[in-house]
Ligand binder design. Sequence first.
Ligand code: NAP
Length: 306
Amino acid sequence: MYDLIIIGSGPAGLTAGIYAERAGLKALVIERNFMSGGQIIDTYEVDNYPGLMGINGFDLAQKMREHADQLGVEFKTAEVQSVEDLGETKKVKTPEETLLSKAVLFATGAHHRSLGIPGEAEYAGKGVSYCATCDGAFYKNKDVAVIGGGNVAIEDAIFLARTCQKVYVVHRRDQLRAQKALQDKLFEFDNVEMVWHHTPVEVVGKDGKTSGLLVHDKLTDAEKTIDVSGVFVAVGIVPNTKGYEQICALDNNGYIVAGEDCRTSAPGFFAAGDVRTKEVRQVATAVGDGANAVASVERYLNTQEW
Ligand code: NAP
């Protein structure tokens, strides 16, 4: 019987593991991939995590994991199949075993939203990508399109502009959601062209590879095809909460409803990081959640109060 099972090993889960270990709890971190770090693994540069300016996301994840390993945090690689609330005991099932715990922390993060347009699935991995830092190198000296206007889209566009011949940023409005510092950096590149007020309609291909992106002009209703060999989709994230609606309350967007103390609507269940309802989803706030969650877990284990 564990005191705490932490599902997910992004910054929130890793921090919770570190805090739980230091608090003397019998804790387990279950991670789906062999690589800890969650979404930051794919982040080229994390420029706003205090003390580690400009660090590569992969390196930051490694550092956090090393910290957890040095303290002796227990990890298991497995895909959680189901979580069950048996009252004081919680049951977590993986394909190999059934684990029992007094408390469970959901730190499962989020994943890339897809566009759902024709050609997107067909050309995924053949020109359509959701990770510029992973796939950008394949498009050196080529023309690419980035879809979206948030931090991720603009970071991707900056990253790609350094090596690609031309980067089209396709955005459905004429204002970017991304931080001003990122916008300023983007506009320094003369190989970036903003395609304002356009929505993607179809990824078009030739000979089994992406050859263009059909876009719709919201102002004139006209359609045109931008000739590109890569389409980078960066239109937001979706929380990884499938099945959790059976356990605790989710909001309209699928995030687990939980405040700063990370307590969900169900006693003994906690949520930390991008998966919970919050204003700002950043590494810094995920790490804060990991620490807060363990403090709440300790309180719960000591008092059983909810
Ligand atoms: P985001 O901030 O939600 O931005 C998504 C973008 O995609 C928005 O510009 C949105 O347009 C657009 N979009 C959404 N659905 C679309 C559709 N169907 N078709 C076309 N465009 C669509 O998501 P994100 O950029 O993936 O970032 C996720 C979170 O991580 C955010 O909270 C972000 O701040 C954070 N983050 C922070 C940093 C950093 O601080 N360095 C880096 C990376 C990520 P509208 O603007 O019109 O809604």
